[in-house]
Design a protein around this ligand. Structure first.
Ligand SMILES: [Ca+2]
Ligand SMILES: [Ca+2]
Length: 339
């Protein structure tokens, strides 16, 4: 059901670059690669940022900007800092490919997460709205929990920015100092962000012990962390489950025990016709592709497709093809539904 096209060292994210043959792949340890999946040709991109590789941090996401076709602008996320304080950064630069030389020029940071101690829950997933007007960024709780409920910090949030990194006008807390960029809150570690064909934003979130979530994101919504979770604290501390009337937006789908969703794709292609319109999540500890059957924005069924390896990323090709990246050393790039 899958065909191997390449292998990478701790791959983290991938994105097809429109109008080119290239699939961009990040490796957590700092490298950015371009691969033409049809021929197997690969180029290493020069000019990547200096990243702090520790804990869960390193080089993170890559997405083409809304002006990619005109000027080659791509957006990256990564972690900077040192052992005492680190945080995620979002930056943009211009990618050029000249023969066998690929490089990133003018890379500039446009947003920074507040630096904190620890090496986890950076999130730093990126997604542009379908019209290209807004850049959504997930900013994790950095394992501090309570900041997710605090509207004066961007930790534990989903942010809506303009393409230059400034808070987008019209955000739900625009008149509260420090909250101008916040779109939704009460998030733990959102590692997947994507839009469906109707323009709705979805997010996948790593729960604590159990309680991994797929959420339909509403502006101003409070998704509950750490006051509500269908999981528990590690070691058994109880957290109230999501419940009607608790003031928190309940997940559309959830998984207990944990499957560790590391990526999310709202699939609109036809390589696997039965999955069109559904949410596909790559499961790390679950070693599977998770499918949530969606009807009009509601989850009506879930399916687990065991793959025997940790799945780090899920992506759709410009031709509707479906691609997976395994996690870890030697992680394979797999095309689904052929061969
Ligand atoms: Ca929640
Ligand atoms: Ca619970």
């Amino acid at each position: 059901m899958t065909t191997e096209r390449a292998t990478f060292d701790e791959p983290w994210a991938m994105a097809f670059l429109p109008g080119t043959p290239w699939l961009a792949v990040t490796e957590r340890t700092g490298a950015l690669h371009l691969i033409d999946p049809a021929s197997g040709k690969q180029l290493a991109v020069a000019g990547t940022p200096r990243v702090r590789v520790a804990g869960q941090g390193g080089l993170g996401d890559v997405v083409p900007g809304p002006t990619f076709a005109e000027d080659g602008t791509v957006y990256l996320s990564w972690v900077e800092g040192d052992g005492s304080a680190s945080g995620a950064v979002v930056g943009r630069g211009r990618l050029t490919v000249d023969g066998d030389a690929a490089r990133l020029d003018g890379l500039t940071a446009i947003w920074r997460q507040p630096p904190t101690s620890g090496g986890g829950h950076f999130s730093h997933r990126l997604a542009f709205s379908p019209d290209g007007a807004h850049l959504f960024v997930s900013s994790g709780d950095r394992q501090k929990m309570e900041p997710a409920q605090d509207l004066s910090t961007t930790l534990g949030k989903i942010l809506r920015l303009l393409p230059d990194g400034t808070p987008a006008p019209g955000n739900p807390f625009a008149d509260r100092p420090g909250a101008e960029a916040i779109w939704s809150y009460g998030h733990r570690n959102v590692l997947g962000l994507d839009f469906d064909e109707a323009g709705r934003l979805w997010a996948s979130e790593m729960g604590p012990q159990g309680g991994d979530e797929l959420n339909l994101i509403e502006p101003g919504g409070n998704y509950g962390w750490p006051r509500a979770s269908n999981g528990s604290h590690y070691g058994g501390g109880e957290i109230p489950d999501h419940a009607d009337g608790d003031g928190f937006v309940a997940p559309s789908a959830w998984w207990t025990p944990s499957v560790s969703p590391g990526s999310l794709l709202l699939y609109t292609g036809d390589a696997v016709p039965a999955w069109r319109g559904d949410a596909l999540l790559g499961a790390l500890s679950g070693q599977a592709l998770l499918r949530v059957d969606l009807e009009d924005g509601r989850a009506v069924a879930t399916q687990t497709v065991p793959l025997g390896n940790r799945i780090r990323a899920v992506q759709q090709g410009p031709d509707g093809s479906l691609w997976l990246l395994e996690d870890g050393a030697g992680g394979r790039l797999l095309q689904v539904g052929v061969g």
